[in-house]
Design a protein around this ligand. Structure first.
Ligand SMILES: Cc1cc2nc3c(=O)[nH]c(=O)nc-3n(C[C@H](O)[C@H](O)[C@H](O)COP(=O)(O)O)c2cc1C
Length: 233
């Protein structure tokens, strides 16, 4: 029997009987933020591996145009996420997959299979969403449509930007995700092109967004862990 002290976000109640939980420690301060920690008991190496296994979260860049700002936003979110140490976070750039327009080819392009494989290996997502004509980009919708089962029973957060924080695009994406059994979390950081970017091109996010990104990630991690138990291992 071994006792482990872990951030609450790494502990998934669904993978353990409740009697493995020794204690949930009340809020502790780390970098000015409050965190919960759990003390759990593991019987053997296998249980320890499950207890400490990190989720894989993809930060999906929704735009593909030359001069896009989404890589800056994605890297900023990744920087915040990596300080948490509670999951493996990676940028997933849809441009790299060179997906054709759905239905216009025989579907043998390697990028289609690679895209599905990439999504299949992820437990949750953070979508970097930009507003194009009050909705998401055609490139993101096309990429979303190119997969089906690889989306099912996973969680997602949205970070959006635009003249009104990309809110209209984000709300459209929520409707799309529902059809694909992706559970989108509530907290939604919205960046303004006017106040969170210099000259609409250089990201200079206001301080308050950092807290929102962390709150969104808390929710994505909790739901990604819970939903993982619904998928065949
Ligand atoms: C085709 C197009 C349509 C756009 N429509 C909107 C819009 O409806 N609302 C908005 O707030 N911004 C709109 N914008 C501005 C974009 O949100 C802004 O350029 C943003 O930086 C685009 O993201 P990207 O740089 O990652 O491509 C539009 C931009 C493009 C290219």
């Amino acid at each position: 029997m071994k006792r482990l002290f872990k951030p609450y976000s790494l502990y998934r109640e669904s993978t353990f009987a409740y009697n493995k939980l020794v204690n949930i420690h009340t809020l502790r301060k780390r970098g000015g933020e409050f965190y919960r920690w759990v003390l759990i008991e593991v019987e053997n190496k296998e249980e320890e591996a499950v207890a400490t296994e990190k989720l894989n979260i993809g930060i999906i860049l929704g735009s593909t145009r030359d001069g896009r700002v989404s890589p800056q936003v994605g890297e900023w979110v990744k920087g915040i996420a990596e300080q948490r140490g509670d999951a493996n976070y990676e940028i997933v750039d849809i441009a790299e997959f060179q997906l054709p327009f759905l239905g216009t080819t025989d579907g043998t392009e390697p990028g289609i299979a690679a895209w599905n494989e990439k999504l299949a290996g992820l437990d949750g997502f953070v979508f970097i969403v930009q507003e194009y004509n009050h909705s998401i980009t055609g490139a993101l919708k096309n990429a979303v449509d190119f997969a089906r089962e690889a989306w099912f029973n996973k969680a997602a957060g949205i970070v959006s930007y635009g003249s009104t924080g990309g809110a209209r695009a984000a709300e459209h994406l929520r409707g799309i995700l529902g059809e694909l059994l992706v559970a989108d979390v509530r907290t939604h950081p919205t960046l303004s092109l006017f106040t969170d970017f210099e000259n609409f091109t250089t990201l200079k996010p206001a301080e308050l967004h950092q807290k929102n990104v962390n709150e969104m990630l808390d929710q994505v991690i909790a739901w990604s862990g819970a939903l993982k138990t619904l998928r065949p291992s």
